[in-house]
Write a protein that binds this ligand. Sequence first.
Ligand SMILES: *Cc1c(COP(=O)(O)O)cnc(C)c1O
Length: 248
Amino acid sequence: MNEEREDCFSIADNLQFVRGRIKTACERSGRRPEDVTLIAVSKLKPFSDILEAGAAGAEDFGENYVQELTQKIEENNSLVESRPIRWHMIGHLQKNKVKYLIGRAALIHSVDSVPLAEQIEKEAAKREQVMRILLEVNIAGEESKWGFDPDGVIRAAQEIASFSHVRVLGLMTSAPFTEEPETNRVYFRGLNSLAKELAAKELLSVTDPDFRGPVLSMGMTGDFEVAVEEGATMVRVGTAIFGRRNYE
Ligand SMILES: *Cc1c(COP(=O)(O)O)cnc(C)c1O
């Protein structure tokens, strides 16, 4: 597995390797690599790693913790030549932290309740901004995971559709941890059909200038190729790019 690659590979090497694997997965499934955005998940890694990945062409970074995210944004902004980075909030989000993300995060992947979406609406309205979001689905019904259940996400999207400062672009999931990526195929397929259902019910913000079809944010180091084969438009890859994290 890729996680086992030795430390002698640089971040640039790893990025190239991951991009190659995405491309191959696209070829296998008749998709175009440019339709899959690679999000480099830099949580718990130093800003210098982001610069290294940025120099190798990465423009989308995923972070899990609001404070770490805002610190890294500050660091980037303080550079003489700041990098053109799109920051993705992918971790569980508390309502009281929402205000720090408005105008900073390009996309919040981890919206897992209607009250959280309401808070985003409120804070975005206050700043006269719109916030693009994904709804997180606990697709395998795991005890330990955040996210709507598949029925709940449709009801939630129906409520959120009336918000004027929140744009729902699609769905996100974290499939179960597994040594055998094939076992997650059924979950990725499930998320894909849920997104189609949301689109058919006209619950996605198709008028948003960033909308290019439903976003499916799914696939991590252990299973991103299967996710791409099942239609992922964003994959969130940390370990295969930056190496192991010291703690979670
Ligand atoms: C950490 C994390 C990732 C990246 O995980 P890897 O297995 O290191 O690729 C992706 N998505 C979420 C929500 C995460 O928390």
